[in-house]
Design a binder for this molecule. Structure first.
Ligand SMILES: NC(=O)c1ccc[n+]([C@@H]2O[C@H](COP(=O)([O-])OP(=O)(O)OC[C@H]3O[C@@H](n4cnc5c(N)ncnc54)[C@H](O)[C@@H]3O)[C@@H](O)[C@H]2O)c1
Length: 349
C-alpha cells in the first residue's frame, strides 16, 4: 500500500514511524507547503519523494494519505484526497467548523474513499476498557461524567507556530486543540450530546492568543445523562486530564492522563475490577516537553494507523470515522457559541 503524508511538522514524525512499522505499507511521498521542510523530512526519514504541492503528490497515485497540517488546512487536504480517489486519515480536530466537516464527510463518501480521523487516545487500554465495560454490560450507560483538564502551555508554545492561538487558523484554544481528545472520549462513553452550555475566557494568555485558555461547560446527553468539562492551559505545573463516568449503580471508571500522553486507569469501582491509582508525587517531572508528549502518544498513533490500514485491506470502516469525529467538534463549537450568546445550544440528533 503506497501512502503519503501531507504536512511535515511535529506530529508527522509519529505518522511516518507508525506507517513504516505497519506491514505492507510503503511511505511513498510527503508534501508540505514549505518544499524545503518536505525535502528535509523526506531525507531524514528515507522517503523516496517530496513535494511542495499536495495535488502534485496526489497526481502520482497513492492508495492513501495522512494529514498532519494545521486545523484550517484539514478541509482542503481531505477534499484533495477525495478528488483523487485516495483514502484519507486526518489529524484531529476534523476541521475548524462543523459545516466544513460535513463537506469533508460528503466528499469522501461521494468519492467512495475511507475517511478516518486521529483520536488515538481511544486506543489507550484504560480508555478502551471503559468502552468495553459499557458494551458488555459490566457498567451501565453512564448517568454522569466529566473532564477535568489542568494543563500548562506557556507563551513559547503559542509563539512556536504562527497558526496557534488564532481563531482563523486554530479555530479555538484549549478545547479545540487539547481537550477535544477528552471530549471525544467522554461522548464515546456517554453517547450523543443534545444540549451544551459553556463559558470561555482568555484569562492568563491575554495579548498572546485570541482563543480561550479557560473553559467550563455543561453537556446534556440524549440519554438524559449530564457531564461537566473544566479545562485550562493556565496551570503551573500542569496536572493532566481526568475523564470519568459513573452509572446508575454508582459504578465509576476513569482514565487519567498524566504526564501528558500517558493514559492509565485512575479509578475503577466495577465489582471484581476495583483499581485506585496513587496520586501525584513531589519531585516527579510535571511539565514534560512537547516532543516527549508526542513520544508517549506514538504507540497509540501506531495502533490507530494500523487499524486504518487494516480497514482499507478488509473493506470496513476505520475505528474513528469522519462522522464519529464530527461529534466532538460539534460539542466544542457549541461551547463557543453558548459562551458568545449566553444561551444553551441544542445539537441536532
Ligand atoms: N493526535 C494528537 O495527539 C496530535 C498531537 C499534536 C498535533 N496534532 C495535530 O496535528 C496537526 C499538525 O500539528 P503539528 O503540531 O504537527 O503542526 P506543525 O505546525 O508542527 O506542522 C504543520 C505542518 O503543515 C505544513 N502545512 C501548512 N499548511 C499546509 C498545506 N496547506 N499543505 C501542506 N502542508 C501544509 C506546515 O508547513 C508544517 O510543516 C494539527 O491538526 C494538530 O492538532 C495531533
Amino acid at each position: 500500500m503506497r501512502i503519503g503524508i501531507i504536512g511535515c511538522g511535529r506530529i508527522a514524525r509519529n505518522h511516518v514511524s507508525a506507517l513504516r512499522s505497519t506491514e505492507g505499507v510503503h511511505v511513498a511521498a510527503v508534501a508540505d507547503i514549505d518544499p524545503w521542510r518536505a525535502r528535509a523530512f523526506a531525507a531524514e526519514h528515507g522517503v523516496d519523494r517530496s513535494f511542495g504541492d499536495v495535488d502534485d503528490m496526489l497526481d502520482g497515485g497513492l492508495d492513501a494519505v495522512t494529514i498532519c497540517t494545521p486545523h484550517a488546512e484539514h478541509e482542503a487536504g481531505v477534499l484533495a484526497a477525495a478528488a483523487h480517489g485516495t483514502h484519507v486519515l486526518c489529524e484531529k480536530p476534523i476541521a475548524l467548523r462543523v459545516e466544513q466537516a460535513e463537506r469533508m464527510i460528503a466528499a469522501t463518501a461521494a468519492a467512495g474513499v475511507r475517511f478516518g480521523v486521529l483520536f488515538q487516545r481511544r486506543f489507550w487500554p484504560a480508555a478502551a476498557r471503559i468502552r468495553a465495560a459499557i458494551d458488555d454490560g459490566r457498567m451501565g450507560l453512564p448517568i454522569c461524567g466529566g473532564v477535568v483538564a489542568r494543563l500548562n502551555r506557556g507563551a513559547d508554545y503559542y509563539r512556536a507556530e504562527p497558526w496557534r492561538g488564532r481563531w482563523a487558523t486554530e479555530g479555538g484554544g484549549v478545547l479545540m486543540t487539547q481537550v477535544i481528545h477528552h471530549i471525544d472520549l467522554l461522548q464515546w462513553f456517554m453517547g450523543p450530546a443534545r444540549r451544551v452550555t459553556g463559558r470561555c475566557a482568555t484569562v492568563v494568555h491575554q495579548g498572546i492568543i485570541e482563543v480561550e485558555d479557560t473553559a467550563a461547560a455543561l453537556i446534556e446527553f440524549a440519554s438524559g445523562a449530564v457531564a461537566t468539562v473544566q479545562a485550562g492551559t493556565t496551570f503551573q505545573p500542569g496536572l493532566g486530564v481526568q475523564v470519568w463516568v459513573s452509572d446508575a449503580h454508582g459504578r465509576t471508571a476513569s482514565v487519567m492522563e498524566f504526564p501528558e500522553g500517558v493514559g492509565f486507569t485512575d479509578v475503577r469501582t466495577l465489582p471484581g475490577e476495583e483499581a485506585f491509582a496513587s496520586g501525584y508525587r513531589a519531585g516527579q517531572p510535571f511539565d514534560i516537553p512537547l516532543a516527549e508528549i508526542h513520544d508517549h502518544l506514538a504507540p497509540y498513533h501506531a495502533a490507530q494507523i494500523a487499524d486504518f490500514v487494516a480497514a482499507l485491506r478488509d473493506g470496513r470502516q476505520p475505528a474513528v470515522t469522519g462522522r464519529d469525529a464530527l461529534r466532538s467538534l460539534a460539542i466544542v463549537e457549541a461551547v463557543y457559541e453558548s459562551s458568545r450568546t449566553g444561551s444553551a445550544v441544542e445539537l441536532p440528533s
